[in-house]
Design a protein around this ligand. Structure first.
Ligand code: HEM
Length: 447
């Protein structure tokens, strides 16, 4: 099989470049080879991994029928984290069913149930800020987004002891699993050796068990209370029935909750940190945004906030420049198929590359410039602009994340005047499978 633009450097070197500085490595490959190229990455049994960033090729990838692909083989590394019942590992029918269950509470009118909670959490986390208070956005934002998930998705009460315990355990686990050496445990299964509490895999498993105990305790308590009036996502999942009128088992519920949590909290926190950095390093953007926020007057109605068009464009442009997930879910070819004029055989992994699609000069003139106006002037296709991926594997939390971002930004900027502590350009660094701002974006309250 002739692979398109296969890199000739050793797989080890490619892997190290991808781990050390993924955005730079992808940009270098695109500058040299264009929209399609092939990498080899160690630890994943080194199948060829073909990256695509041309909109037509991405559209073709999204259109490949699920029967022709093996998603599990390409994403199995996350099984110990999410659990095997997670939506991420489900195939065709079962996957479709889980999406049908999870999508409605994350979309449209359902979002309005969460607006007040999101604003309240933001106010409570920032309540002690005063003029001169300095903080790192990359520390404050995860606190806000984790609490949002615990209250909105799990429906937990912040005054419960279990909520507080889960909050501490989850943020420390997430902190660890996104560190480069710790995340290697998932990519290299041979490192998954439980050699007691002091070994990396042993300590990971102990923490995972403690978290599971708390989640199961919450599920058991809900079974006992049996209150159908709750609007949180755990309750909706507990009420759902499959074609045979069967409810989800507790293990299935646990796996879905952990997946939503891990996929939804770190991602939204990172993009919020980027948004605050970009807004405050572009004075004209900030001033136009503040004028728009002023039009709200004294209204703190979440729905009015989420309708603001310039705020929406800022969130879109932030996700264009720094799409937190650089790639869509990798797709492994089962037999053979053709994309963008190239024939691929069994075992090849196809990757629609979000980061490169968002930095194509043909689609976005001056792609490295932060210009929210692009989104008010032009409409981009789902294959040119895809921060949440697309097709039948697209992110189910997209609408929720956009809603959350706008409310958190507006709630903070309506109350505080902030400035960056250091005015230099911030580079993206990898954290787990996301990219976050280097240095954590230190800010100070000035008014
Ligand atoms: C700004 C924040 C977020 C970004 C940038 C993001 C991005 C993504 C991307 C790129 C994918 C892969 C899509 C594909 O392969 O086509 C994905 C999948 C997923 N995301 Fe998000 N996400 C965000 C927030 C959330 C939130 C808030 C939740 C839920 C609470 C969530 C839940 C999921 C789930 C469950 C999947 C797997 C869907 C499936 O396999 O069918 N995400 N996300």
């Amino acid at each position: 099989m002739n692979l398109p633009n296969e890199l000739r450097t050793p797989a080890l070197l490619q892997t190290l470049q991808l781990i050390a500085n993924p955005t730079k490595f992808l940009e270098t490959c695109a500058a040299k080879y264009g929209d399609t190229f092939t990498l080899r990455v160690l630890g994943l049994n080194s199948p060829p991994i073909v990256f695509f960033s041309h909109p037509q090729a991405i559209s073709d990838c999204f259109a490949i029928s699920e029967k022709e692909l093996d998603f599990q083989k390409a994403t199995h590394v996350f099984k110990p984290l999410f659990g095997e019942n997670s939506i991420v590992f489900q195939k065709a029918r079962s996957h479709n069913r889980q999406r049908q269950l999870l999508l409605p509470p994350m979309h449209g009118a359902s979002l309005q149930n969460y607006g007040e909670v999101i604003c309240q959490i933001t106010k409570s986390v920032t309540k002690n800020w005063q003029v001169g208070t300095k903080f790192f956005m990359q520390q404050v934002m995860p606190d806000i987004t984790l609490q949002i998930i615990l209250q909105v998705v799990f429906g937990m009460n912040p005054r419960d002891e279990r909520y507080q315990q889960l909050k501490v355990l989850l943020s420390s686990l997430l902190d660890d699993v996104t560190k480069p050496w710790y995340s290697s445990l998932f990519f290299f299964p041979s490192l998954q050796q439980d050699l007691g509490a002091w070994s990396p895999w042993g300590s990971y498993q102990i923490r995972q068990q403690k978290i599971d105990q708390l989640i199961y305790a919450e599920i058991h308590e809900r079974h006992k209370i049996n209150d159908n009036t709750h609007t949180d996502i755990l309750n909706l999942l507990m009420l759902a029935r499959d074609d045979n009128d069967q409810a989800m088992t507790d293990t299935e519920l646990r796996d879905q909750l952990v997946s939503l949590l891990l996929l939804g909290y770190e991602t939204t926190a990172a993009v919020l940190s980027w948004a605050f950095y970009l807004i405050h390093s572009h004075p004209k953007v900030k001033s136009r945004l503040m004028q728009e926020l002023d039009t709200l007057g004294n209204s703190t109605n979440p729905e009015a906030i989420t309708q603001l068009s310039y705020l929406t464009s800022i969130c879109q442009e932030t996700l264009r420049i720094y799409p937190i997930a650089l790639i869509c879910t990798p797709r492994m070819v089962k037999n053979k198929l053709e994309i963008a004029g190239n024939k691929f055989t069994s075992g090849t992994v196809l990757v629609p590359c979000i980061y490169l699609a968002h930095h194509r000069a043909e689609t976005y003139p001056e792609p490295d410039k932060f210009q929210p106006e692009r989104f008010s002037i032009q409409k981009f296709s789902p294959y040119e602009y895809l921060p949440f991926g697309g097709g039948y594997r697209g992110c189910i939390g997209a609408a929720f994340a956009m809603y959350e971002m706008k409310l958190v930004i507006a709630t903070i900027l309506s109350k505080f005047q902030l400035e960056l502590v250091e005015h230099h350009s911030v580079k993206p660094v990898r954290r787990g499978i996301t990219i976050i701002p280097h240095g954590g974006v230190q800010m100070v309250v000035t008014k």
